[in-house]
Design a protein around this ligand. Structure first.
Ligand code: NDP
Ligand code: MG
Length: 268
């Protein structure tokens, strides 16, 4: 490509958002940050805007427009206003929660590729997202580390040759605790993840293992594999990020350090 890929980043102030910014900073010849958005943290968003050239606009729920040198959209529909105003090639959706579904759909419906960290898009609206994908002919690239691993294991393979997807799980902060000792567990203990530094919501979901349930649903929609052929396995070291078993019994695994910048970079 002879011009830079323009990235619209939603959730710029979060864990995935900041790691995405780091990837962009390391590859200034390949990427341009076209737009940024946050939920509430206008201060941090404003700081980010000062670090990058080429930003066309920004958005946040509430903010002080007067100090911004680029247009700032605010209000309950700030993300939609931003997405309509910015020229971009790929959306990085790093919003947390259900609020991420509408932007995923909007990007696809307006003819854009999506790099997806917001797994809730698929958990809550997998069928809607698939419909939008099929209608747009655009691409959905996973950022979630397990799904990035599966996607990498599937390179060069045929869908009909896949037997099972095997999703690894670190087990989260409570993996070594007895059922009894969990009766007095605190949120602070749940927030101490042994392997990954992530946002609060996904760290809690890892402690309860709800995150792994979400990831099975996410894999089902991303790779078109029925639920009874998606398994999970506990792997406390977080070195193998997931595996694919093929019809001939061969298993492909993707290994790497526990650093989300790698799957972000692969998706971009
Ligand atoms: P964080 O809580 O760290 O960041 C969330 C981001 O979304 C923040 O920028 C926040 O803005 C913004 N935001 C929150 N609510 C809204 C809203 N209603 N509208 C617009 N923006 C909003 O989360 P993570 O970065 O950890 O997670 C983001 C997504 O990526 C989640 O779906 C998570 O499951 C997934 N994921 C995360 C991983 C990780 O390593 N962190 C790994 C794999 C998947 P503000 O700061 O202003 O509130
Ligand atoms: Mg994951």
């Amino acid at each position: 490509m002879n011009r830079k890929k323009r990235v619209l980043l939603l959730g710029a102030t979060g864990s995935i958002g900041r790691q995405t910014l780091d990837v962009l900073k390391r590859h200034p010849d390949e990427f341009e940050l076209a737009g940024i958005s946050a939920g509430h943290n206008e201060e941090a968003l404003h700081e980010i805007a000062g670090e990058f050239d080429g930003i066309q606009a920004a958005s946040v729920l509430e903010g002080n427009e007067s100090r911004w040198t680029v247009p700032l959209f605010t209000g309950p529909d700030h993300v939609q206003k931003l997405m309509d105003a910015v020229n971009y090639d790929i959306l990085v959706n790093a919003v947390v929660g259900f609020a991420g579904l509408a932007p995923t759909l909007r990007a696809l419906e307006t003819g854009h590729d999506v790099a997806l960290a917001n797994k809730e898009s698929l958990v809550a609206g997998g069928q809607l997202v698939k419909k939008a994908l099929a209608a747009s002919g655009k691409k959905l690239y996973p950022i979630d580390s397990e799904h990035s691993a599966i996607w990498q294991c599937l390179q060069g393979s045929r869908q009909k040759d896949v037997n099972r997807l095997i999703i690894t799980a670190s087990g989260g902060s409570f993996r070594d605790r007895t059922r009894q000792s969990l009766e007095n567990a605190t949120p602070q203990e749940a927030l101490k993840h042994p392997n990954w530094a992530m946002g609060r919501r996904i760290t809690i979901d890892s402690a309860t293992m709800v995150n792994k349930g979400f990831e099975v649903i996410e894999a089902h929609y991303l790779f078109d594999i029925p639920f009874d052929r998606i398994e999970t396995v506990l792997h406390p070291q977080s070195i193998v990020h997931s595996m694919v078993e093929f019809q001939d019994g061969a298993v492909m695994a993707q290994l790497g350090s526990a650093d989300m910048r790698l799957p972000i970079q692969y998706a971009l």
